[in-house]
Design a protein around this ligand. Structure first.
Ligand code: ATP
Ligand code: MG
Length: 202
């Protein structure tokens, strides 16, 4: 094929694609907050959620972050938000909670305490974005009642977006979410014996 012909073919394909994208943009005319579920076994769920926190903060939006987090490890995002973003309401389930604990009732109490922080956020139109990090495990382990969680997510104010992260999570969350992305694990440095790194992994 000559260069001219290749150029013309490329230009026609680009025109077609532009028409398709323009039509899709035109058709999307609903204005409301969305629920996003970031799941799967690959790396990038929580860090994607924090990427959206940064986006929202760029527009001066009001953000709440609640982490149903395992263990006592501080994370760079927690340090940064606590130090530089006092406008972000940040809460973590806290120390003492690990997946290995035998203290199921203690875990449930911690999960319920943390839910008591999220639930009011999900009812407050003052929050533009609420991140609920690692929530899926609470449903998986039945530490929180699934119907209660789904009802709160579904009943949030129309302007509010919510991001839920974690592996699994079940059918209910997937059904309810407007956007569901599953991050696939192709490979991970940890499996080659490379230590988790500050600023990259936590
Ligand atoms: P990140 O916080 O890096 O976005 P994530 O939220 O997708 O990761 P989690 O299951 O919450 O993943 O685990 C968080 C930690 O586990 C991070 O240190 C991350 O690098 C590591 N991790 C994530 N996926 C994998 C994997 N497939 N194998 C090994 N370690 C992983
Ligand atoms: Mg995570």
């Amino acid at each position: 094929m000559s260069d001219d012909k290749r150029e013309a073919k490329h230009s026609a394909a680009m025109k077609k694609q532009k028409a398709r994208v323009d039509a899709a943009v035109e058709a999307a005319d609903i204005e409301r907050g969305v629920m996003i579920l970031l799941t799967g076994n690959g790396k990038g769920k929580s860090s994607s959620a924090f990427g959206m926190v940064m986006r929202a903060l760029g527009y001066g939006h009001t953000v709440g972050v609640v982490q149903f987090i395992k263990g006592e490890q501080l994370s760079g995002e927690e340090i940064y938000l606590r130090e530089h973003c006092p406008q972000v309401d940040f809460y973590q389930m806290g120390t003492g909670f690990t997946w290995n604990t035998q203290d199921r009732s203690g875990d449930i109490a911690a999960a319920e305490r943390t839910w008591a922080v999220v639930a009011p956020m999900l009812a407050d139109p003052g929050y533009d974005l609420v991140v609920i990090d690692e929530l899926t495990y609470m449903i998986g382990y039945k530490y929180l009642d699934e119907t209660m969680v789904l009802d709160a997510l579904a009943g949030r104010p129309a302007n509010q977006s919510v991001i839920v992260t974690g592996r699994g999570g079940g059918h209910g969350l997937r059904e309810l979410a407007d956007t569901v992305a599953e991050i696939k694990d192709i490979k991970h440095a940890f499996k080659a014996g490379i230590k988790a790194r500050r600023g990259v992994d936590y």
